[in-house]
Design a protein around this ligand. Sequence first.
Ligand code: NAD
Length: 498
Amino acid sequence: MIPHYPLFINGEFKEIQNKQDIINPSSGKIIAKVSVAQKEEIEYAIKSARDSFDNGPWKNLPFSERKKYVLKIATGILEKAQELAELESLNSGKPIKESTFMDIPSSAATFDYFANNFEKFLNEETIKIESQIANAEAKLIREPWGVSVLIVPWNYPLLIASWKVAQALCAGNTVILKPSSLTPLSALELAKIVKEAGLPAGAVNIINGSGDAIGEVLCSDSRVDMISFTGSNAVGKKILEYTAKNVKKVTMELGGKSAAIVLNDADLELAVNGLLCAIFLNQGQMCTAMSRIFVQDKIYDNFINDFTQKAKRIKIGSALNFETQIGPLMSESQRKKVLEYVKQGKKEGAQLLCGGDIPQQEGLKNGFFFEPTVFGEVSSDMKIFKEEIFGPVASVAKFSSIEEAAALANDCVFGLAASVWTKDTSKAQSLAKTINAGTVWVNTYGMFFNELPYGGFKQSGFGKELGKEGFLEYTRIKNVVIDKTQDSKPLVNYWYGF
Ligand code: NAD
């Protein structure tokens, strides 16, 4: 029996007639049917989040109570960890090893971290002003924005949803979560966990629907106070237009074309193994994928030989097999897009060193698989160098001086992340300062921590997720000023001479 997933609004599950099929990208088969929110459900979700914020208890709960509820969500995720990992891999094509050891435990850890730290981050600050004309004391108070709409992509469905829901809730907001309509299943399982945790009705609402159908209504509604968006630049720009209609807080975590710089003195084995991970993990469908790899001239040949040989050995297979190292792409249209980029790379003269095609093995025929692909001799005028492919395609190029490497890395409209590979960490640190990206990893990749703010520069967006700085995006600051003029009245009392 194919499972049916309802929406979650005002603390209740709501199954509606209009449903969509959810596809397993490893097999092309239907694995679930999910209710699709129509006008009526969107209205209900906004009303419920609004009422819950304005009249409900969530924002007014003692911090200790808020913390208890959020910790229950963390525990709920861990209790269902295996089931959630399987579901995430079934729905998104992410290899089960990644869902099991990264996505699901990290999702629980984010709820846990913010539950244990939000009180400290919300601490009021007092500022004393003592000047010739005034003495005052100001209290800086951190408040929730109100109703927050959280829109997430399909590449890390539960993890990115958890980042946003944990931070928004801990800050005291009420939430409408909209997962990608390709991967809504883990978010709708999260709804069950929220329900079991007993959160007040309306504090969390989770609705499904295609962005084109429901995005504008959700984002432009004047009852919504904040949009936290993670996704593509094309959609990000649309959301900026929708929200301009009545001005609201927006954060944008957008695309990337991240650069790795491998210096002559790098540990070659570490750089090769690390960068295989940095481009082929999750089939390269990572916003921070190191899709541009710059290798210094003396080690270029050794690097490229080793990197290509190892890329050829990566095991392609069904996402649910623990041996699988690379699963299917998310959809047939995603695979077509990747194939187009590969054709374009060949046409523009890049050297195809491995992959570049749809694998023909038995058992892979019905899924959306694509071979790990490596291009050498890539130059900065090529499309595969400039644009986000969002697939398992590495573009490798040679450089001579460190200055040239920094210029190549910065020759990009995006600025999400970068990595530097060298045994000389002080050289790495000075190079990191010249790179125009929000995160620079040294001799490693993908180290996201709940403690550290993450987010891009340039067209990779604005605003942060995680860390104190990311959490504070979900709050607004109020400045309450009290006059403290000693033994007299403040200047306003005398201004008109009355
Ligand atoms: P997408 O922009 O197509 O979709 C993202 C979300 O926006 C989905 O929930 C989708 O339904 C919704 N959406 C689509 N049209 C909309 C509209 N008109 N109004 C409102 N919402 C709408 O992105 P995707 O294909 O799901 O994800 C891939 C993209 O996300 C890549 O560009 C990747 O780099 C980016 N991404 C960025 C980060 C980051 O942290 N910077 C993280 C993960 C993914």
